[in-house]
Write a protein that binds this ligand. Sequence first.
Ligand SMILES: C[S@@+](CC[C@H](N)C(=O)[O-])C[C@H]1O[C@@H](n2cnc3c(N)ncnc32)[C@H](O)[C@@H]1O
Length: 214
Amino acid sequence: MKAFLLDPAVAQYILDHSTTPDSLLADLAAETRAATGDRAGMQISPDQGRFLTMITQLLAPEVAVEVGTFTGYSSLCIARGLSGGHLHCFDVSEEWTSIARRYWEQAGVADRITLTLGPAAETLGSFGQPIDLAFIDADKPSYPAYYELVMNRLRPGGLVLVDNTLWSGRVLDQDSKDTTTRLMREFNDLVMSDPRVTVVMLPIADGLTMIRKN
Ligand SMILES: C[S@@+](CC[C@H](N)C(=O)[O-])C[C@H]1O[C@@H](n2cnc3c(N)ncnc32)[C@H](O)[C@@H]1O
């Protein structure tokens, strides 16, 4: 659990009282650590994964979009929550998403996922379908572009989920002046000033912002 905000005992209690990931997700997390080393920290946490599955089940989207697939943990969680809809994944890495493809096959959800490789600012720009649910978890400098591209296609009542919006708490530490922290602050302010949406920021993992188009 990436719970830097919580007392470790509280974080453990939450984990102990939330449905645990199954063996396939546990295997994927282990393979990601073995294959990518420190990069494995980019993977969403198990509690976030459970949350993504539940939100997808509740919304029952026809069209879901993920920007930033890596080795497939979040996409697997979204795809497992679908009931007849389709998930469109966008990433640049053939190497990392080849792991994702294997796990989609093993989970029996490969037929409900389409992966497009390439810079998402371009590939998402040519995506033509109305979107019901989007998860943004890719390169931080492009968050405003991804947000706008998704918003252009999001149906009213649709939901955008954005990861890492607390950036380990650095967004509220005025001594943190690095580029990514500044970008995340600017992104959070941009969303808050957008009259098209209603926003809830959740302290799950590294901060998960829920943005509903009005
Ligand atoms: C934080 S990871 C995604 C983690 C993933 N959601 C998971 O749960 O495992 C970020 C991903 O964004 C991808 N990425 C980086 N720059 C990109 C770009 N310009 N267009 C599309 N994907 C990009 C990386 O290849 C990486 O797989």
